[in-house]
Design a protein around this ligand. Structure first.
Ligand SMILES: Nc1ncnc2c1ncn2[C@@H]1O[C@H](COP(=O)(O)OP(=O)(O)OP(=O)(O)O)[C@@H](O)[C@H]1O
Ligand SMILES: [Mg+2]
Length: 429
């Protein structure tokens, strides 16, 4: 043994930080961040440093909470790995912890860490069936301000799960879009490049915006919607887009959503119309390649009218997938009706499904609201003002059927034909 181990001193700080910083990559990382380690060192939590010829080569640090101590990090300079230094540091650290009346020492390691074996030898028991869960709260600090400036935000984490029915679309989007982005390394092993831009197209109210928000929610990425109307307020839409994309590039991860994209990237006519969107479309075409270079970012564009988009805008290389979102089929309508009738057993969902052919999720939501309102008003009329009868169940199957009868589906058979033609001409997934 040609090292010396001493208690951590203030003058060791820079060297220890350097050690922690440079060894994190070597799998010596734990669940404690560098900042937390520095916090522990500066607040004089127990720590030891190994020195060889005056040069720090390893450090071990802990934090104590009551009777329990957490080993925060054992950092060993790469040249000194595999020589028993980790065990030696741990023994010294433990001595300090025991002196501080600690009764239980815990160390959370990455699953595959080599140190595991040494810990078993040192008398630690691996707690079976323990999984470490961690929730990282969305950012604070400068990125948060940037996000706020862009009108972006983190969405609730259950939006994906709340998309009712639409299993075919959900499954496709999950496999093509969500999973490669969520598991980029696994995807890369199979040569799959995660998508950077996708377009969702389909009739109004079928759930394009809902899916875009669902993807952001599922990935846990912030959602930034670029609203051309708002950007245009700044005067020059092309310049405002350029500026927005420059700011978006500073975010670590982000889903950017542009709704009704046909308004800013319509087919370019020759010659360019004065006051037309020619320049804006050109600008977007230029911005997408730069956007695509970053990891952990996705552009989702939605449109009701894919045929009016400029073909150059949609070509492969710019957009990875062009995914149709159609009206819900029988099974999907059943799931959506079940959602909007709160899964109540006394409602005959099958009859509602049958009566609501061609209804979009938006139409179903609207009809359910009309039925609920009718039930509420009947309750008021029958029982009068006050708290009402707490046992009143809400809308009945008849209320829902009456509401369906009052609503005209947004999507007409002609629109379905057009959508089918669009799928043939444009869909890519
Ligand atoms: N699968 C679904 N389950 C439950 N509700 C849904 C579903 N899809 C959409 N909705 C509801 O229907 C309404 C319309 O959905 P959304 O705005 O996503 O449609 P859209 O395709 O973006 O419409 P538009 O083309 O008009 O922009 C929303 O209120 C949404 O909550
Ligand atoms: Mg929408």
């Amino acid at each position: 043994m040609n090292w010396l181990i001493h208690d951590y001193r203030e003058s060791d700080l820079a060297a220890v930080v350097h050690l922690i910083d440079t060894t994190a990559e070597l799998g010596q990382e734990s669940v404690f961040s560098l900042a937390e380690c520095i916090g522990a060192l500066t607040s004089r939590q127990p720590a030891v440093v190994a020195v060889h010829q005056g040069v720090p080569i390893g450090a071990a640090l802990a934090c104590v909470a009551g009777e329990r101590a957490w080993v925060m990090r054992i950092a060993i300079s790469s040249a000194w790995r595999g020589r028993g230094l980790a065990s030696a540091l741990l023994v010294e650290l433990e001595r300090r912890l025991v002196a501080a009346r600690v009764g239980r020492i815990a160390y959370v390691l990455p699953e595959e860490d080599l140190l595991g074996e040494g810990l078993l030898n040192a008398g630690y028991t691996r707690r079976p069936a323990v999984a470490y869960f961690e929730k990282v709260e969305p950012l604070h600090g400068p990125s948060a301000n940037l996000l706020e400036d862009l009108g972006g935000r983190f969405l609730p984490s259950d939006l994906w799960a709340k998309v009712a029915g639409m299993e075919a679309e959900k499954d496709l989007i999950e496999r093509r879009v969500v999973l490669p982005l969520a598991q980029p390394e696994r995807a890369a092993r199979h040569g799959v490049r995660p998508p950077r831009a996708v377009a969702l197209f389909g009739p109004p109210g079928t759930g394009k915006t809902t899916f875009a928000r669902g993807i952001a929610s599922k990935l846990g990425w912030p959602f930034v919607e670029l609203l051309p109307s708002r950007l245009a307020d700044e005067g020059n839409l092309a310049a405002a887009l350029r500026d927005a994309f420059a700011r978006i590039a500073e975010l670590e991860r982000v889903l950017v959503f542009i709704d009704e994209v046909e308004e800013i990237a319509p087919v370019r006519t020759e010659p360019a119309q004065p006051g037309g969107m020619h320049g804006v479309t050109n600008e977007l075409l230029k911005l997408i390649p730069g956007f695509r270079e970053g990891d952990e970012r996705l552009l989702v564009c939605a449109t009701n009218s894919i045929r009016s988009l400029d073909p150059a805008f949609l070509r492969p290389g710019r957009f990875d997938y062009l995914i149709p979102i159609g009206t819900p089929d029988t099974a999907a309508r059943a799931a959506i009706w079940a959602r909007y009738t709160d899964g109540r057993a006394d409602v005959d969902v099958a009859r509602l499904v049958e009566a609501s052919e061609l209804f979009t999720p938006a139409d179903i939501e609207h009809a359910a609201r009309i039925a609920a309102q009718a039930a509420f008003e009947r309750d008021l009329a029958e029982i009068g003002a006050g708290a009402g009868d707490p046992r009143a169940l809400g809308a009945s199957t008849e209320d829902y059927l009456a509401a369906i009868g009052q609503c005209r589906p947004t999507v007409t058979p002609a629109m379905i034909d057009q959508f089918d033609a669009d799928i043939t001409a444009h869909a890519r997934f």
